[in-house]
Write a new protein. Structure first.
Length: 422
């Protein structure tokens, strides 16, 4: 039984990554064949030529793989970013696939209405089973994104603020003020803000393990990206995403599960300001998702160029859905709309920026003073405190983090790591 389950999971992974796998197989096969032919003609040794062609294809093929993820190699930094992030990207993609493996069967509204009525609760029940099964994977991804990637990115920005302050009263443009304000900047940014980043990263690791979150991508321009992700000066508030009012999949905030799709939106001339396309990498708590292909047909036909997004939002509100999932047939990709016609879901605790990647420079974009905090912000507190259950979850997450800092790490070492790895 277990072997069939493993084979089924492998089959789903192969199906979900079929485009990338086909490109890799064609690329390697071409190099192996050409290498074998050349070495057979020149040296009468086709097997050696095939081997050389294979390894040459593997080396060059990294570029093909990362191009399928959206890379275009504007610099060595962009190449390094995509290569280093490949394993992390795969784990995130795997979580996305296993959370709803049947989505690829419902790219269009082919079931009849009675079948849809039957499938929706059945598939939701299966999702609950999968939710339990992939809990370890959610934990791994939460650690990688919330602590490692978010922590490194933020610490880079905060140390950069120490060296090149963006505020006049902290030393910008005045070498004398820069010198005597240096200790203040060190305490304020790497120490205070850096400490808060580590705390909120640990807290959200616990929360993401309980409430599923996925890393998704939002394409925009640099001006909008900095306004969305940066701290809002001295005010005790933070910037938020602005809901799209005239989109195909509903009124709300749009995300892509593939980086290439975010890049396509970022480079749209209608959205671009100053030739600076960027991609905001976010941890997104999507909540309850409706695949429009499984919604009633009157809802499904209102997605797209000739549809009515307000119909989608009304259906979601009536049935308790937070996010719409839709296969864009013309573009050939999935789109996700976090319904936001009442500005309920765009607060920082639901959409948490990790970094801003600038496609023009090919590197993570420096954000002055660092990214806005996920947790330590009045707008987040106000939103959290509206829900007693979520307030309890945040308190529980703090308790888990405190327990781990003072005791849990020793328990993990004694009971698990020491036994399995030493």
């Amino acid at each position: 039984m277990l072997s069939w389950i493993v084979l089924g999971i492998i089959g789903l992974i192969i199906y979900a990554f079929r485009d990338e796998l086909f490109a890799i197989a064609a690329f390697i096969g071409t190099f192996v064949g050409v290498g074998a032919l050349i070495f057979w003609i020149a040296f009468d040794n086709a097997s050696l030529g095939a081997t050389v062609g294979f390894w040459f294809a593997i080396f060059i093929g990294l570029k093909l793989i990362t191009q399928s993820m959206g890379a275009e190699y504007s610099s060595i930094f962009e190449y390094a970013y995509y290569i280093i992030s490949l394993p992390v990207w795969f784990l995130n993609r795997l979580q996305h696939i296993l959370s709803e493996p049947w989505r690829y069967m419902f790219k269009s509204s082919w079931p009849d209405e009675d079948t849809k009525e039957f499938l929706r609760p059945v598939l939701y029940g299966l999702q609950l089973i999968l939710y339990i099964a992939i809990t370890p994977l959610r934990l791994v991804n939460a650690i990688l994104y919330n602590i490692v990637i978010y922590g490194v990115t933020e610490l880079y920005d905060l140390f950069f603020e120490v060296l090149q302050p963006s505020e006049w009263d902290e030393g910008y443009g005045d070498w004398w003020k820069w010198t005597y304000m240096l200790p203040v900047r060190i305490i304020k940014y790497p120490v205070c803000h850096g400490g808060l980043v580590l705390i909120e990263g640990a807290v959200w690791t616990v929360i993401d393990t309980i409430i599923p979150a996925i890393t998704m991508y939002h394409g925009t321009d640099l001006v909008a990206g900095q306004a969305i992700t940066g701290k809002a000066g001295r005010r005790w508030t933070d910037g938020t995403f602005t809901a799209s009012q005239s989109s195909w999949g509903g009124i709300g905030v749009y995300f892509a599960s593939r980086r290439g799709v975010a890049r396509r939106y970022a480079e749209d001339p209608y959205r671009l300001q100053g030739s600076n396309p960027v991609m905001i990498v976010c941890r997104v708590s999507l909540g309850k998702i409706i695949n429009y292909s499984l919604a009633p047909y009157y809802t499904y036909i209102n997605a797209g160029a000739s549809g009515n997004p307000a119909v989608l939002n009304r259906y979601a509100d009536k049935n308790g859905y937070n996010t719409g999932e839709w296969w864009n047939q013309r573009g050939g990709y999935w789109e996700y709309c976090m319904f936001d016609w009442q500005n309920r879901y765009n607060h920082p605790w639901r959409i948490r920026p990790i970094l801003v990647f600038n496609f023009r420079t090919g590197r993570a974009q420096h954000i002055e003073s660092g990214l806005r905090h996920w947790l330590f912000s009045k707008v987040v507190y106000d939103d959290i405190l509206k829900s007693t259950r979520f307030t309890c979850l945040v308190v529980f997450a703090f308790i888990v983090v405190i327990w781990f800092v003072f005791y849990g790490y020793q328990w993990l070492w004694d009971e698990y790591l020491w036994y399995y790895f030493l």
